[in-house]
Design a binder for this molecule. Structure first.
Ligand code: ADP
Ligand code: MG
Length: 748
């Protein structure tokens, strides 16, 4: 055979083999199918905004005066709706929904799995005489009984009592979800057990909002008697990755765990930072517009979209809203994004760290408090009096973070987020607050000038014109606050350490609760001084000063990513708990139990149940990762490596047969040795990992199990990965079945 003949016989079979692999099929599909999904733009966003939501405006149209008033009242006060009125509201809602083509309804809730849950029922029903009617009554609106046994309860529900209730939360409006071609009326609800314990994120969140309201109104009354209500506000920034669905489907690890457990860093990563400043790729842009329109219809006020630092990473953020609604909207958005992406043959990755070696994703929770008189309590005021109010709320927040840093850490702990918080990527596991140079100076001054006893004559403090210095403050903030887990950004705090896939409800419940606790202590301390004869302002300044002294060690203005901060934080005695199983301990300390019980947010047993559920989630997640790693190593990586090993062996044999000297095949031998070494390592460590998993599974308590998984099983993942990633570089590219980082991140 001549050389071209050899080529002829070799190439087609080789190509066939290549084409069999999902990886190459996906790459081929990418280049052959170019037409995207048509996304119809509405003339104006305002024309579609909220069209799928049963807003008060819609209610006005579909409800009687009485029913409307009752609904409006209940939204304002958070009060339960009367059964009779509920019938009328339900009828109006059904009328509205059916006019839009809705056939089913569901109670929409947020169980502790972290996602949203639904069980659809149709309006259609049969009467006793067999005639068919459409029905949706007050009972169906206000309460349902989903089978609770398939949701995590942390042992709260004995197995014989599987019943759980969902109950309507009128403060979050009903909406119509468009899934495929079906339309469903969704009623936002809380989810509680038969005995009344909460089984979701929403019930405690609502209680914490109320608790914060009470405590904050009390403190506001020092400054303004007209304040009747304080509402917590939230504007989340959602980071995510988008990759091609075909490529994602060729990665069992992405499908099963949401992250890549293997994958060598591409030659080009994020070092050029060209993605951050670059334009949004066309296919992704279509997808963004599509999910934005769907979000607008659902009343989610998305405002910004842009590329993030890492390749294939993006972010979107809404205009901030009242906290409860903002949490629902974030949960809803994650769901909408995931579904809309399918239409575009894309896959959204909400995992905190889908790719090693490049940035992970967070959810920055911008949080503040607003009064019903229109004041943002974390915005510096324009007058000395409002400045003092700002200072009070500002310093109380810092004190709350200082006193309950462990709880904040626990509230953001998850297997996924450990890749960010515990690793050399910030924000670190150390909870600190960043307030910017100017405010740090202000606090220093308050602390030093007030002396032992604040003097009423000391007008300097009261005249501090924080407002005028805000531009400087913001400039100072933009850069450095990136590395802080909790940063003041001019008129709100940004809790940046939250994981991208987290339900906001959980961490916001903690933040509200610790703030309520701090504000109520603040009030009793100020009242104490006033009773002893201090003037109000003097008393307030005095307690502010004390709080600064007590909590300033939690303030940090430097680089949160740095090694020095780890050392400095240790010196200051700040906790630095890097892993979830240990971070979760904070949920069940006597202090935490007392705090949550005092504010009637969670009972001791509810807290213990949550602790248990979070541990179980962690264990299951790491367990699944372990299985996927074992499976991929055994069924994908080693076979490919061994195939290539054989090619090299035959090559060396052939050269030897031709009588060539050893020098002629040194390169092949080197590669062969390296490959063989890594094949062995992968096999041996994978075996060891299986044994370690068995040992962990045999432990009794969830906490022990979780710690064992964390400390004994997980480190083996990294060892296996090291060798697998080396093999990726050594093995013939056409033999490698898993799409590589360069393909996942750069092809679309
Ligand atoms: P960046 O932090 O990137 O500078 P912005 O300051 O515009 O961006 O805000 C980020 C998020 O913070 C947005 O969702 C915005 O609506 C929200 N936000 C702004 N003010 C408040 C507030 N008072 N309370 C809660 N969230 C707020
Ligand atoms: Mg921001």
């Amino acid at each position: 055979m001549t050389f071209p003949q050899i080529l002829m016989t070799f190439v087609p079979s080789k190509i066939n083999k290549i084409m069999e692999s999902l990886r190459f099929k996906a790459i081929d599909n990418l280049t052959s199918t170019k037409e995207g999904v048509k996304v119809e733009s509405p003339a104006k966003i305002t024309a579609i905004f909220g069209e799928s939501v049963f807003t008060l405006k819609t209610a006005r149209e579909f409800l009687s005066d009485d029913a409307y008033k009752s609904l409006a009242n209940s939204i304002k006060s958070g009060q339960k709706i009367d059964r009779n009125v509920a019938n009328y509201i339900a009828a109006g809602m059904r009328q509205w929904a059916q006019a839009k083509g809705v056939t089913h309804y569901t109670h929409w809730f947020q169980p502790l799995t972290g996602t949203s849950a639904e069980k659809h029922d149709s309006f259609f029903t049969l009467k006793s005489d067999g005639s068919a009617i459409e029905e949706f009554d007050g009972n169906a609106l206000t309460q349902q009984e989903p089978d609770a046994s398939s949701f995590p309860s942390g042992g709260l529900r004995a197995t014989f009592e599987a019943r759980g209730y969902t109950a309507w939360d009128p403060t979050s409006p009903a909406f119509i979800m468009n899934i495929g071609t079906g339309l469903t009326l969704c009623i936002p609800t809380i989810f509680v057990s038969y005995t009344g314990e909460s089984l979701d994120y929403k019930a405690p969140l609502l209680k914490s909002i109320e608790s914060l309201n009470k405590a904050a109104v009390d403190v506001c009354h020092y400054f303004d008697k007209n304040v009747g209500k304080v509402t917590a506000t939230l504007g989340w920034e959602q980071e995510y990755f988008v990759i091609d669905e075909g490529l994602a489907n060729a990665r069992p690890d992405l499908i099963m765990t949401g992250r890549t457990v293997f994958g060598h860093a591409p030659s080009k990563g994020q070092q050029l930072e060209d993605h951050y400043f670059g334009s949004i790729p066309e296919r992704v842009y279509d997808f963004m517009r599509d999910f934005e329109y769907e979000s607008y219809r659902l009343g989610i006020p998305l405002r910004t979209r842009h590329n993030e630092v890492a390749p294939a990473q993006f972010e979107c953020a809404p205009i901030f809203e009242e906290l409860n609604l903002a949490v629902d909207h974030n949960t809803l958005l994650m769901d909408v994004m995931t579904r809309v992406a399918k239409r575009h043959k894309l896959k959204v990755l909400l995992h905190e760290k889908p790719f090693a070696g490049i940035n992970g994703s967070g959810k920055h929770n911008n949080w503040s408090m607003a009064t019903d008189t229109g004041v943002n309590l974390l915005a510096p005021g324009k007058t000395p009096k409002t400045n003092l109010m700002f200072l009070a709320f500002f310093v109380n927040t810092i004190k709350a973070v200082h006193d309950h840093a462990d709880l904040l850490r626990a509230a953001i702990a998850s297997a996924g987020n450990d890749h960010r918080l515990g690793a050399n990527e910030a924000p670190p596991a150390i909870i600190s607050a960043y307030i910017g140079g100017y405010l740090a100076k202000v606090l220093d001054e308050v602390e030093s000038r007030v002396g032992n006893k604040f003097d009423e004559q000391d007008e300097v403090m009261l005249k501090l014109d924080i407002h005028k210095n805000i531009p400087e403050l913001l400039l100072d903030n933009t850069d450095r606050n990136r590395t802080s887990p909790f940063a003041f950004t001019g008129n709100k705090f940004e809790f940046r350490a939250v994981g991208s896939s987290a339900n906001c409800g959980y961490n916001m419940t903690v933040l509200n609760t610790i703030m309520a606790e701090t504000l109520s202590s603040f009030k009793s301390e100020v009242d104490g001084l006033i009773e002893k004869g201090d003037k109000k302002e003097v008393a307030i300044m005095q307690v502010i000063k004390n709080y600064i002294t007590a909590s300033k060690k939690v303030l940090f203005e430097g680089d949160g990513y740095s090694e020095e901060w780890q050392e400095e934080a240790a010196k200051r005695g700040l906790p630095n708990v890097k892993t979830t199983p240990l971070a979760l301990d904070a949920l069940v300390t006597e202090k935490a139990k007392g705090l949550f019980a005092k504010h009637k947010i969670l009972t001791h047993s509810e807290l213990e149940a949550r602790h248990e559920i979070e541990l179980e989630k962690y264990i299951k997640y790491v367990q699944i990762e372990g299985r996927v790693i074992g499976d991929l190593a055994g069924n994908h990586i080693l076979p490919a490596a061994i195939r290539y090993q054989n090619v090299l062996i035959n090559n060396v044999k052939g050269l030897k047969d031709l009588g060539l000297k050893a020098e002629a095949y040194t390169a092949q031998m080197n590669v062969l040795n390296e490959i063989s070494e890594h094949i062995n390592k992968v096999q041996v460590i994978a075996e060891k990992m299986t044994e370690a998993r068995k040992a962990a599974n045999n432990l009794g308590s969830s906490r022990d199990k979780a710690i064992e998984y964390c400390e004994k099983v997980k480190p083996l993942f990294d060892e296996i990965r090291y060798s697998v990633d080396k093999l990726e570089l050594l093995v013939d590219d056409s033999e490698w079945e898993l799409p590589k980082y360069r393909e996942l991140l750069f092809l679309r």
